[in-house]
Design a protein around this ligand. Structure first.
Ligand code: ADP
Ligand SMILES: O=P(O)(O)O[C@H]1O[C@H](CO)[C@@H](O[C@H]2O[C@H](CO)[C@@H](O)[C@H](O)[C@H]2O)[C@H](O)[C@H]1O
Length: 542
């Protein structure tokens, strides 16, 4: 179960003359708690996003009470400042327990209060806290004007509380499952704004009735001391599923590659296609259908349909300005170029500093990336918006196969929080919907190369041939996706641009995404660095 890495703190018992309800008034406690206790506690948490930086100090930005009769919990909004001159905000709800059986694994601090002794723990580990939160959301009034705003969807009647437990999956926030039917995601890293996951979930499912994302049920937003709306939790229906689309693609691609390796077909027997050409499945050459399989091709087409429907819903708003479509302009171009040149410079530095960790083909590709720096930079800054006629809309922003659940014969799209590295404002900038499409194409490419690199020792086919097949499969998956996606967006009058414009945007966004991924992999999974490096090389050589 998540968070179990956190356990017994090393701190001696802390004494306070205050009762728990008034502990936040004890300045000596706050000082020790922030400086000594939390500095040690927070860095060990799975949800702490500052692991590659140096923590300078923690401040209490704000706190609020969650109270139910005698039970009092505090929701802490913590500001973590780093030596590298930036900060993060985190949400940590705390509870006091006097019975040590309730604080076996997740103690933050042993404490002696005016009237009793016990432990401060992360309140999410306490069922009574989880129950209070459930009851607050399920009985929320339509308009809540208090600083802690609970909200519930009009279209749903909550049953009584029955149970709650941690979801226990690898994730960057903390999700609780209620009654085996609803998921409440507590955002751990929070922002001085509404979280896009909450905004998009409520907009898509409650307002636009888009069926391929989990139904929005409720949320908690805090109005902080600066009068800013800060989202701390989002509740959705738990959707039945057969795992995510990433696992599904890996499984299908492994079957394809096992067949290639066993039958050793001649690569030259397969008709080639240009990247970004569109193809109906019914028009594909028989050899390609045999190679990829009708099942996966149909799945890709359905994924294109759901993606198009999501973009149509996101592009269909004409009142709520956060969602109204807009056009390309100079402000957007300046914003984009600034952001990407900064990110690109960061990737060059990271690559240079990590060259000694790379070897073989990965090292070769990294050197090629560095040697091509002027060409890449030029491509990024040459973004020319003047010829672009399509629309910009709110998009998913971090769209990849891992964000999509497979549901028997359909898909469900999750996690609209946006790209983790971007600021909260940047995540809300309207972008061409093809940026999401490019994100997914990168994911297809990732899945193909993950299959090759993960199994290459067992394949007897030369690596060059595996790559040739990989590129061919990629181009046909892209072709099938684009055919359906273009058809459906066109029928709904969502303007994604004329053919050359679409190709221009896709090429630009693919390069942008692969550069982003290079940094993500160097920081998080260095062994995977070869995949975005190969992606960048192929994009440049296309
Ligand atoms: N509504 C849901 N129904 C079923 N499973 C879900 C739902 N929401 C999330 N999950 C599962 O939890 C995982 C993590 O959820 P996600 O929203 O991506 O969390 P995080 O933002 O913390 O990474 C997902 O990959 C999925 O497997
Ligand atoms: O944690 P998030 O889901 O917000 O996204 C981050 O982690 C992703 C990996 O889990 C990373 O995605 C990259 O790897 C995927 C395979 O694991 C691949 O399907 C994606 O195409 C690729 O971008 C994502 O970039 C990162 O933001």
């Amino acid at each position: 179960m998540i968070d179990q890495e956190v356990s017994k703190p090393n701190f001696p018992i802390f004494s306070s003359n205050h009762k728990w309800e008034h502990l936040m008034d004890d300045k000596a406690f706050i000082k020790v708690f922030l400086a000594d206790v939390l500095e040690e506690y927070i860095v060990k948490q799975r949800w702490y996003g500052g692991k590659s930086s140096k923590l300078k100090y923690i401040e209490l930005s704000d706190y609020f009470r969650i109270q139910h009769h005698e039970e009092v919990y505090f929701g802490l909004l913590l500001e973590v400042d780093f030596e590298e001159a930036f900060y993060h905000h985190y949400f940590l709800p705390i509870a006091f327990v006097s019975d040590e059986n309730f604080a076996k694994e997740n103690r933050i601090l042993p404490i002696k209060l005016k009237n009793q002794e016990g432990f401060i723990i992360d309140a999410m580990h306490l069922e009574s806290f989880r129950k209070v939160v459930y009851e607050r959301i399920s009985s929320a009034l339509p308009v809540d004007k208090t600083p802690v705003q609970y909200h519930k969807s009009d279209s749903f009647e909550f049953p009584a509380y029955e149970s709650s437990r941690f979801m226990g999956v690898e994730q960057s926030n903390t999700s609780i499952i209620y009654n085996d039917a609803f998921i409440l995601k507590f955002f751990r890293r929070i922002y001085a704004d509404k979280n896009p996951d909450y905004e998009m979930s409520r907009f898509l499912s409650d307002i636009k009735e888009f069926k391929h994302t989990p139904p929005y049920l409720g949320s908690i937003n805090i109005i902080d001391s600066d009068n800013t709306n800060v989202t701390i939790a989002l509740m959705q229906k738990m959707v039945p599923n057969n795992g995510d689309a990433w696992e599904y693609f890996l499984k299908e691609l492994h079957i394809i590659y096992n067949n290639i390796d066993a039958k050793k077909p001649a690569f030259t027997d397969f008709p080639d296609i240009n990247i970004f050409e569109r193809r109906k499945i019914s028009e594909l050459p028989a050899q390609i259908i045999d190679l990829i399989g009708l099942n996966l091709l149909n799945k890709v087409s359905l994924l294109a349909q759901r993606t198009a429907e999501m973009h149509i819903a996101l592009g269909s708003e004409f009142e709520e300005t956060a969602f109204t479509p807009t056009r390309f302009n100079n402000d957007y171009a300046v914003w984009l170029k600034n952001r990407l040149t900064y990110q690109f410079q960061n990737r060059l530095n990271l690559t240079e500093n990590n060259l000694h960790h790379l070897e073989g083909y990965s090292l070769e590709l990294a050197k090629e990336f560095l040697a091509n720096k002027n060409i890449i930079r030029k491509r990024l800054v040459n973004f020319d918006w003047t010829k672009l006629k399509g629309e910009r809309i709110r998009i998913h922003g971090d769209y990849h196969l891992g964000q999509i659940l497979v549901q028997d014969d359909d898909f469900c799209i999750l996690d609209f929080e946006g790209e983790p590295e971007s600021t909260i404002r940047d995540r809300k900038v309207k972008q061409p919907p093809l940026k999401d499409v490019a994100g997914l194409f990168r994911s297809f490419h990732y899945a193909i190369y993950a299959t090759i690199f993960n199994h290459q020792e067992r394949f007897s086919t030369p690596q060059e041939t595996l790559f040739e097949f990989g590129e061919l499969i990629y181009k046909y998956l892209v072709a099938v996706f684009l055919e359906t996606y273009r058809d459906i967006t066109q029928q709904a009058n969502l303007s994604i641009g004329y053919t050359n414009e679409r190709i221009y945007i896709l090429e630009y966004c693919l390069l942008e995404k692969a550069i982003y991924e290079l940094g993500y992999e160097l920081n998080s999974r260095p062994k995977w660095t070869i995949i975005p490096l190969k992606g960048i090389a192929n994009i440049l050589n296309a």
